[in-house]
Ligand binder design. Structure first.
Ligand code: IPE
Ligand code: IPE
Ligand code: MG
Length: 248
């Protein structure tokens, strides 16, 4: 932690929390055991991010594609969501953390949606870390929604197609109010994006670790941030331009 440069922190970290099932299997347990243990990692990482002063943390908790898992696993995940949110809301408030959610929340079971919206409401005055849960989320779904909204504005004469720019698209995504993540972490050794924040990670630094999600701790988050801080973000420019801004 002492090695982290506090003046060069990413303002937004996004995490694909993967490997719960394999973690459980390695221990001879059912997949749900892995999901339950993954909750402790969520707690640790959220606390770690808040302590460091990170402003936004997005956690990929359930994808659109995850609806295709066995029904019992989906039900267990939704139950875990409800119990965790209702248990943790007090702690979120104590730590000044504001909860948000992105995704097709209408697809969530009623109780899960209700608990989620209630916690979002109860934490809405907090000014510290913004914790954004991606639930029933997929990037292609999100972009499709944005396209429909924009098309309707054009149809109603509120928007001229000539005026459509990157900002128009950005402002119609679920993440409109958040900056793009500077750092994207994926656990469990998989090297893929799995339909997560495709637009928003256009220039993110990617960090892959073999650590399975239920083993991921504050120290692992710090290691990812250290790796991020050692990179040169060039945004298409040359190294020399970054060293001497007069070359810009
Ligand atoms: C991530 O762990 C949690 C969710 C996708 C909900 P997995 O359940 O995908 O675990 P593996 O990839 O099967 O090990
Ligand atoms: C991605 O993990 C979704 C979440 C972490 C919620 P998956 O385990 O579902 O991803 P794939 O399908 O193996 O790529
Ligand atoms: Mg997985």
């Amino acid at each position: 932690m002492s090695n982290i440069d506090k003046s060069k922190l990413p303002s937004h970290i996004a995490i694909i929390m993967d490997g719960n099932g394999r973690w459980a299997k390695n221990k001879g347990k059912a997949r749900v055991f892995g999901h339950k243990n993954g909750v402790e990692s969520v707690r640790q990482v959220t606390e770690g991010a808040a302590e460091l002063g990170i402003q936004h943390l997005t956690l990929y908790a359930f994808s659109t594609e995850n609806w295709n898992r066995p029904k019992a696993e989906v039900t267990a995940l939704m139950t875990l969501l409800v119990t965790t949110i209702s248990k943790e809301t007090k702690t979120l408030n104590k730590n000044n953390i504001r909860l948000h959610a992105i995704g097709n929340l209408d697809n969530l079971p009623n109780l899960a949606k209700k608990e989620l919206l209630s916690s979002i409401e109860k934490t809405s005055n907090n000014t510290g870390l913004n914790l954004i849960l991606a639930l029933s989320y997929s990037s292609k779904w999100e972009i499709t929604q944005a396209m429909k909204t924009i098309a309707n504005k054009v149809k109603n004469g509120e928007l001229n197609p000539e005026e459509i720019n990157e900002g128009t698209i950005q402002s119609n995504l679920c993440t409109a109010q958040f900056p793009d993540p500077e750092l994207l972490i994926r656990t469990s050794g998989e090297h893929r994006i799995s339909n997560f924040l495709l637009w928003q990670i256009a220039y993110s630094e990617l960090y892959f670790t073999p650590t399975l999600w239920p083993d991921f701790r504050k120290a692992d988050l710090e290691e990812a941030i250290l790796s991020y801080q050692q990179r040169e973000r060039r945004f298409g420019k040359t190294s020399e331009q970054l060293e001497t801004p007069t070359n810009a």
